[in-house]
Design a protein around this ligand. Sequence first.
Ligand SMILES: Cc1cc2nc3c(=O)[nH]c(=O)nc-3n(C[C@H](O)[C@H](O)[C@H](O)COP(=O)(O)OP(=O)(O)OC[C@H]3O[C@@H](n4cnc5c(N)ncnc54)[C@H](O)[C@@H]3O)c2cc1C
Length: 548
Amino acid sequence: MGERMLTPDVLVIGGGATGAGLLRDLARRGLRCLLVDRSDFGTGTSGRYHGLLHSGGRYVSKDPSAARECIVENQVLRRIAAGCIEDTGGIFVATPDDPDDYVDAFPGACAAAGIDCDEIPVTETLRREPALSPAIRRAFRVPDAALEPWQLIEANLADARAHGADAWPYQRVVAIQRDGRRISGVTVRDERSGASTRVVPRMIASAAGAWAGQVAALAGVELMMSPGKGTMIVYNQRMTDTVVNRCHPPGDGDIMVPVHTVAILGTTEELVEDPDDDETSSDEVQALINEGEALFPALRRMRVLRAYTGVRPLYRDPAVQGPEASDDGRAISRSHIILDHEARDGVEGLISIVGGKLTTYRLMAEQAANAVCAKLGMSEPCTTAGEPLPGMGDSRAHWLGHRLAEHEDRGGGDADLICECEMVTHAMLERFLDRRGPCSIDDIRRGTRLGMGPCQGGFCTFRAAAIMAERAPDGHTDRAAPGGSASDPEGALSTFLNERSKGTRAVAWGRQLQELWMVTGIYVGVMGLEGSSSEHGGEATEDHGAVS
Ligand SMILES: Cc1cc2nc3c(=O)[nH]c(=O)nc-3n(C[C@H](O)[C@H](O)[C@H](O)COP(=O)(O)OP(=O)(O)OC[C@H]3O[C@@H](n4cnc5c(N)ncnc54)[C@H](O)[C@@H]3O)c2cc1C
């Protein structure tokens, strides 16, 4: 079979929040666009972040313009993406160790950035959030919230598709050809079948996040990214209903975000060479807990479900920071920048959008789309801030318990539940599989939250694998997602469990270690899945004691 060839106006590389937002924006301006991602959508940093829709409070002291961007986009997303947002609100609390001058200046700095900020009495704060340290001495309320990334990405892609665009998962850009100064084509490889497609776009917009340097290098362009690895730990319950930030210069372990049924403490910050470095260590977990105890004294006794990492797409601008910039990731700007590689490097037909935050993805996409349109001689305005994303126009903001309420509205009962922790029903799973076709259990996790609650997939993964097996046509092997698919439910199960177990090695102690052994017993002892035994249970034993 010969190589397929496509000629869209714009090829967007990267299916994180930025790429999905960019595809939506360009498609709404009338351009024919294709987006490709080397993996499933939202498996880069956007699917591995902390979950916070920033009010901007975190940046008011060090980077007021980033703070202003955050609050403006926070308000835009509440209008256009209400169904992805749990309006938890946020508080900044001062512990006895936080500097007085920082705390005293905080409300004024918020006001200057346009962020609503009220001081609330400590007694009221402790009444609302009893897990907080009784030693806190001041508290300020700000409009932080929790933001669900995968639903947001899917909604952006759905709107883009409704405007004629296409988006392909598991399609890696492996080569970019040039004819002199001009980009002449792109080779995209299907990670499932190995087939390649040649794409000849008028423009390429790279939204490859921390991998933007690797993509630019394919076109012979030097773009220096400094991937900033951050580790976060997931607790088995929400210990607050509000986002809690420490009121001090940004540091490690100083934000707790309630996300659906769990709570996430983060983050650390370490510059790494390789954006695919996703190792977590017991030391990092311990350091996070040590810092977090200033906010939540009982933290050490709470059950940690897992640890995970994401990589910040930090851009080190040699013109601003010099080639010998500091090794401190927190010193590198969180702002975004659009790089016009024609003006910067003499390579026509390529722009990159780098840096930024998930909170500002829409603004980043708008500015990148403006740059693409200018290159193509178009002046259509951006419409993404005014139009709600599909399915979210009149939806209530997401709230903890909404799935339970919907389930009870339909009559309740356990029979239909596949994942009790996250209330994923058989019908929800079937709908997802109808929409996605062959996919891995990890894809199902992102699409439905199956396996993301306190049991971490212990009781629902084999049920999902069974449903996939029932649906698999005999001998079906094509279009299998990497990581197993309907045609190989046992492989899908092992891959998923091994992948999930990666994040549990660094947190295997106490009650969580007992849970890991129980899950190992189910999958290895009862179901005979030997392939996952060493990873799932064995690693847990090694780390026992290291962190306790
Ligand atoms: C630890 C941590 C915590 C954070 N917390 C917050 C927070 O609470 N709030 C907030 O607003 N922001 C937060 N951020 C920042 C935010 O997560 C990122 O800025 C944002 O998600 C980046 O999105 P993106 O779409 O630009 O990149 P990504 O989501 O990384 O998307 C890039 C995509 O490019 C794809 N790709 C790479 N190479 C290729 C190739 N060759 N071919 C095809 N596709 C390719 C990747 O698979 C990936 O899906 C956090 C970041 C980190 C690391």
